[in-house]
Design a protein around this ligand. Structure first.
Ligand SMILES: Cc1cc2nc3c(=O)[nH]c(=O)nc-3n(C[C@H](O)[C@H](O)[C@H](O)COP(=O)(O)OP(=O)(O)OC[C@H]3O[C@@H](n4cnc5c(N)ncnc54)[C@H](O)[C@@H]3O)c2cc1C
Ligand SMILES: NC(=O)C1=CN([C@@H]2O[C@H](COP(=O)(O)OP(=O)(O)OC[C@H]3O[C@@H](n4cnc5c(N)ncnc54)[C@H](OP(=O)(O)O)[C@@H]3O)[C@@H](O)[C@H]2O)C=CC1
Ligand SMILES: Nc1ccccc1C(=O)C[C@H](N)C(=O)O
Length: 438
C-alpha cells in the first residue's frame, strides 16, 4: 500500500516510521527545506516536555532510548515568588519526571530514523496546496512547479493550519472549531553562568506565576534555559520601549534580570516574535482514506506540555487499531476517526485549565493543601486514587477517562472534606455549649 504523510514535523516523521515498519511504501511531503541541512530553524518552541505517552509511542518503534537519554529530567515545578524566594512542587512520586527535549534534535532524529528505512521517501520543499480526499489526490507547490501525488492512505500531519484538514472539511462533513486565546508568548534565553554551568537548578520547570500571566523556563543541554513569557496581547502591545521591558521585569520577575542580563533581555524581547496560541478541535478526525494526526487533528495550547505527546500517542493508537482490525485500513480509519475525538477534545480542555493552575493556583494555600491530600490518598491507594496530573502525564489512561475519573475523585474528596469540616465545626460547637453550661 502507498501511504502519503503530509508534513515532516515531529508527528509526521514518527508516523512515517510506524507505517514503514508495517511494510508500506511511505512518502513524506514536507513544505519546508530539510532542517538537517539548515543552520537555523525557526520553529514553534526551542524545547518541549516529553512524558509517558510520547515515550511509549517512541518506544513502540524502537527510537526512544537516544531521545529520552538526551532529555533533561524535570522532577518538579520551581515557583519563583516576587521577592525571589523559590519553592518546589513535585510532579509525581520519587523518580517520576517530565523531560526537556530539544525540538530540533528530536525532529532531525525522527527524520533520520524514517529515512533509514528503505521504504520511506522524503520529499522536501513540497508544500501541499490542495487535497482532494475523494480521489486521494494531492497537489504540491515545489521550486520546480506543481507536483501531483496519489496514495492509498493519506495522513495529514501538517500542523495547526493543516491543508489536509481543509480538504476533509470540504468533502467529508468534518466539523471544525478554532479558538485563539487572548494570550501570546515570547521566548527569551537565560545563558549559562560565568562558570559555564546552569544559573538556576537544572532539574526543574521554573515558573514565575503572576496570576493573570506567567513566565516559565525549561533547561537545555547547552546549560541555557529557554524562558517563555505568556501574557495577554494587550500587555504585549503596551510594551513599546526598552524602558517598558525593564519596568515590567523589575516589577514582576526581578530575579530573572541578572540571569538573562539587561541588554540581552531587551534585545531578545524586541527581536523574537510574539507567538499566537489556539485550540483546534475537529470531529471526526478522518474519513474515507484520510486521517489527521498531531496538531492537524488537535492543536492545543501548550500549558500541559501534552501537544506533541498527544500527537505521538495518535501514531500508537492508529497502530493498535490496525492490529485490532487485522490491517483492514477502512475499518481502522473509521474507528480512529470516531474514537480518537473524545480523547483529543479532553486534552484540549485540560490544557486550557492548566494555564490557570500554573499562573495562579500554584500560589493558593487551598490548592497546595488539596495536592497534599491527593498525594496522601495516592500513596494509600495507588491504583484506586490517581491525581489528575499523574494520570495525564505519567499514565496512558485515555484522556477522556482521565477527566471523568478526576471529576469523580474530586467529588469524593470534596464530600469527605465537607463532612470532616462539618464534624469538626459541630464538635467544636458541642464542646463550647457543654463548656458554657457547666
Ligand atoms: C510554545 C509552545 C510550547 C510547546 N511545548 C510543548 C511541550 O512541552 N510538550 C508537548 O508535548 N508539546 C508542546 N507543544 C506542542 C507541540 O509543539 C506540537 O503539538 C507539535 O509540534 C505537533 O507536531 P506536528 O508534527 O503535529 O506539527 P508541527 O510540529 O507543526 O509540524 C507540522 C509540519 O508540517 C509542515 N507543513 C505545514 N503545512 C504544510 C503543507 N501545506 N505542506 C507540507 N508540509 C506542511 C510544517 O512545515 C511542519 O514541518 C508546544 C507548542 C508551543 C506553541
Ligand atoms: N496550539 C497552538 O497554540 C499552536 C500555535 N502555533 C502558533 O503558530 C505560529 C507558528 O507556527 P508554525 O506552524 O511553526 O509556523 P508558520 O506560521 O510558519 O506556519 C506553518 C504553516 O501554516 C501556514 N499558516 C500559518 N498561519 C496560517 C493561517 N493563519 N492560516 C492558514 N495557514 C497558515 C503557513 O503557510 P504560509 O507559509 O503560506 O504562511 C505554513 O504552511 C506560532 O505563533 C505558534 O505559536 C502553532 C501550532 C500550534
Ligand atoms: N512544556 C510546557 C510548555 C509551556 C507551558 C507549560 C509546559 C509544561 O510542561 C507545564 C508542566 N506540565 C506543568 O504543569 O508544570
Amino acid at each position: 500500500m502507498k501511504v502519503i504523510v503530509v508534513g515532516g514535523g515531529l508527528v509526521g516523521a514518527l508516523e512515517a516510521v510506524y507505517m514503514a515498519r508495517r511494510g508500506h511504501e511511505v512518502h513524506v511531503y514536507e513544505g519546508r527545506t530539510d532542517i538537517r541541512k539548515e543552520p537555523r530553524y525557526s520553529g514553534l518552541s526551542i524545547n518541549l516536555a516529553l512524558s509517558v505517552r510520547g515515550i511509549a509511542a517512541l518506544r513502540e518503534v524502537g527510537v526512544e532510548a537516544e531521545i529520552v537519554n538526551a532529555g533533561i529530567p524535570m522532577h518538579a515545578r520551581m515557583i519563583h515568588s516576587h521577592d525571589g524566594q523559590q519553592s518546589s512542587q513535585p510532579y509525581g512520586t520519587q523518580g517520576q519526571a517530565i523531560r526537556s527535549i530539544d525540538r530540533r534534535n528530536l525532529n532531525e532524529h525522527l527524520l533520520s530514523a524514517a529515512e533509514g528505512l528503505p521504504n520511506v521517501h522524503l520529499h522536501f520543499e513540497h508544500k501541499l496546496q490542495r487535497a482532494d480526499t475523494k480521489s486521494n489526490t494531492l497537489v504540491f507547490k515545489t521550486p520546480k512547479g506543481e507536483v501531483k501525488a496519489t496514495g492509498d492512505l493519506i495522513i495529514g500531519c501538517d500542523g495547526a493550519h493543516s491543508q489536509v484538514r481543509r480538504g476533509l472539511m470540504r468533502s467529508d462533513r468534518v466539523n471544525y472549531q478554532q479558538r485563539y486565546i487572548p494570550h501570546g508568548y515570547k521566548e527569551l534565553t537565560i545563558p549559562p553562568g560565568p562558570d559555564g554551568d546552569f544559573q538556576i537548578k537544572a532539574n526543574f520547570l521554573h515558573i514565575w506565576p503572576r496570576s493573570t500571566f506567567m513566565m516559565i523556563a525549561l533547561p537545555n543541554q547547552d546549560k541555557t534555559f529557554t524562558a517563555t513569557l505568556f501574557m495577554p496581547f494587550d500587555k504585549f502591545d503596551s510594551i513599546k520601549t526598552a524602558e517598558d521591558v525593564l519596568e515590567l521585569f523589575e516589577a514582576e520577575f526581578p530575579d530573572s534580570i541578572p540571569l538573562i542580563g539587561r541588554e540581552r533581555l531587551v534585545k531578545d524581547y524586541f527581536e523574537n516574535p510574539t507567538g499566537t496560541l489556539m485550540t483546534v478541535k475537529c470531529d471526526p478526525v478522518g474519513a474515507r482514506r484520510t486521517i489527521l494526526m498531531g496538531d492537524a487533528a488537535h492543536a492545543v495550547v501548550p500549558f500541559y506540555g501534552q501537544g506533541m505527546n498527544a500527537g505521538f500517542e495518535d501514531c500508537l493508537v492508529f497502530n493498535n487499531l490496525l492490529e485490532k482490525h487485522a490491517n483492514d485500513i477502512d475499518a481502522a480509519v473509521a474507528d480512529y476517526s470516531r474514537s480518537r475525538v473524545a480523547d483529543v477534545h479532553a486534552i484540549a480542555d485540560l490544557a486550557l485549565y492548566n494555564y490557570v493552575e500554573m499562573r495562579d493556583l500554584v500560589n493558593s494555600r487551598w490548592f497546595l493543601f488539596r495536592k497534599k491530600v491527593d498525594n496522601f490518598l495516592h500513596a494509600l491507594m495507588p491504583n484506586t486514587f490517581i491525581p489528575l496530573y499523574t494520570m495525564v502525564t505519567f499514565s496512558q489512561i485515555p484522556y477522556a477517562t482521565v477527566v471523568a475519573r478526576s471529576k469523580q475523585q474530586a467529588h469524593t474528596i470534596d464530600t469527605a472534606l465537607t463532612a470532616l469540616a462539618a464534624t469538626a465545626v459541630g464538635g467544636a460547637a458541642l464542646a463550647a455549649w457543654r463548656y458554657w453550661r457547666l
